[in-house]
Design a protein around this ligand. Sequence first.
Ligand code: UDP
Length: 258
Amino acid sequence: MNRRRRVYEGKAKILYEGPEPGTLIQHFKDDATAFNAKKHAVIEGKGVLNNRISEYLFKRLGEMGVPTHFVRRLNMREQLIREVDIIPIEVVVRNVAAGSLAKRLGLDEGSTLPRSIIEFYYKADDLDDPMVTEEHVTAFGWATPQEIDEMMALALRINDFLSGLFRGIGIRLVDFKVEFGRLYENEMMRIVLADEISPDCCRLWDVATDDKLDKDRFRRDLGGLLEAYQEVARRLGILVENKPTQTQGPRLVTSNNT
Ligand code: UDP
């Protein structure tokens, strides 16, 4: 397996050359990092869960008409994807004040925002991924104004769909980060959702208890990260206790506290 050519290695994933031109294999590692990799741990089983959760969400989004790089899952840790030219911008969508936004603007963690807010961060580890505006993005040529419009429209559709999906299983989608890529087909280029969507890049709070079911468990030393990711997978219906190969689709979780 490791004889394949490694194209790129990031903090939580490795990209290998795919079986045919224009494809790559995305491998999910067990590494957990935070604060630009200043904090690091290996959490056995995290990669398997993120592979399953991201596969499930990309498939559902694809069915909703959101174009993605996802082709199919290959095994417990790997998925086949279309090779794209990644736009070097992290697109963050927020519904509830948390993390860096709460800190920067002095907002109470957990307060609902007046409307969903989109932010852009420039992907540059050596600079700690600084927040940038559309002006920076276009002036430095990271994306065109049309590409920004397309990414914002897709990000809002993704947010609408995921907020509803998670709400149905008793989870509040507080915020998340997505990345987009340019997919070249024949003479055409289109913007597609790339990378992953998993509890590593979302804030997911239990509606009834406010329990964190995401990477904040690691960032804040709360423990129980694997159990939290398993809980997300279980509620999505993609992990049945001790039978990870059995799937059943999402189950409605009702709560008086919504
Ligand atoms: N996020 C991410 N990768 C990053 C930075 C942020 O996936 O490099 C996600 C993070 O998990 C959260 C959202 O983007 O769901 C907003 O993160 P925030 O700006 O609050 O930063 P943080 O507090 O996570 O450093």
